[in-house]
Design a protein around this ligand. Structure first.
Ligand code: SPV
Ligand code: MG
Length: 293
């Protein structure tokens, strides 16, 4: 628990600096606090991970109010600047600007909108990812920019490569989204090698900072991204997947062993949980504010 004075300025600095920046995917207050403790300077509020933690599919089953609520908990628990996965904006330009306004009010530093329709489907599920029309999606971006201006970082994400189009389509869309007021371009790919992402970076020439999500091309060392002049890498869903693996292991051990003795040494201690959520601060506040007897 801590605070950044101006989360939007902090996120803008991360994305615009010449240093390669990293955003850690988180999905609730706890995962946000853990990412901060580990040393991350910014968070990605992952739609996939938030959906999963709520028991929903990454197909806009969680409502925009669900997402805003989770983001406010993440901001409270971490104090870090948060780039929020706003999916396709939950509708048309009007829904997108309402989402952006509410995210800003609840402590987000930026929103990322992708050029698909509503409901969207996770980029790695199935092969039907119809793209929004460029002009209509640009209207969504312009509406967000006109509403939140410099108070919220606006990242435009193109799903052109995910949808099976080539580099030319991705570049044309990035151009249009830059003209519509985006602060950065997120170029997504489902390939296991980064070739198309690196080719995009070469041709794009950093007209706006480039953000990537190397979930599928995870073997590539980050030095390749530094050399390509990429701005920001998002580690999108690894905290959520670690939680799944960890909870699955502990549940299966306890049910088969009918005991918690064996698993105890492998778990975070309660004191570690208390430290993470600053119970010491509460004790100090009690000293200050509770009447002494
Ligand atoms: C997310 O984390 O929700 C993302 C990234 O949008 S991905 O799942 O790779 O599409
Ligand atoms: Mg997403």
């Amino acid at each position: 628990i801590g605070t950044v004075e101006d989360p939007t300025a902090a996120l803008r600095t991360l994305i615009q600096s010449n240093e390669l920046a990293f955003l850690m995917g988180a999905h609730d207050g706890l995962s946000a606090a853990i990412a901060r403790q580990a040393g991350f300077a910014g968070l990605w509020a992952s739609g996939l991970s938030i959906s999963a933690s709520l028991g929903y599919r990454d197909a806009n089953e969680a409502s925009w109010t669900d997402v805003v609520e989770v983001v406010s908990r993440m901001a409270h628990a971490s104090g870090l600047p948060i780039l929020v996965d706003g999916d396709s904006g939950f509708g048309n330009f009007n829904n997108a600007r309402l989402l952006a306004t509410k995210l800003l009010q609840r402590g987000a530093a930026g929103v990322c909108l992708e050029d698909k329709g509503f409901p969207k489907m996770n980029s790695f599920v199935g092969d039907r990812h119809p793209l929004a029309e460029i002009g209509e999606f640009s209207g969504r971006l312009r509406a967000v920019k006109d509403t939140t201006g410099g108070d919220l970082v606006l990242v435009a994400r193109t799903e052109a490569l995910i949808a099976g189009h080539g580099l030319d389509e991705a570049l044309a869309r990035a151009e249009a989204y830059a003209a519509a007021g985006a602060d950065a371009i997120l170029i997504h790919s489902g390939k296991s090698e980064p070739a198309e992402i690196l080719a995009f970076a070469v041709q794009w020439q950093n007209k706006l900072p480039v953000v990537i999500v190397p979930t599928k091309y995870y073997r590539t060392p980050v030095s390749a991204y530094r050399e390509a002049g990429i701005s920001t890498v998002i580690w999108a869903n690894h905290a959520m997947r670690a939680a799944v693996a960890g909870m699955r292991e502990v549940c299966s051990r306890i049910i088969t062993e009918e005991s918690i003795a064996g698993i105890e040494p492998e778990l975070a201690t309660l004191d570690e949980v208390f430290g993470l959520l600053r119970y010491d601060e509460l004790a100090a506040a009690e000293e200050r504010y509770l009447p002494k007897h």
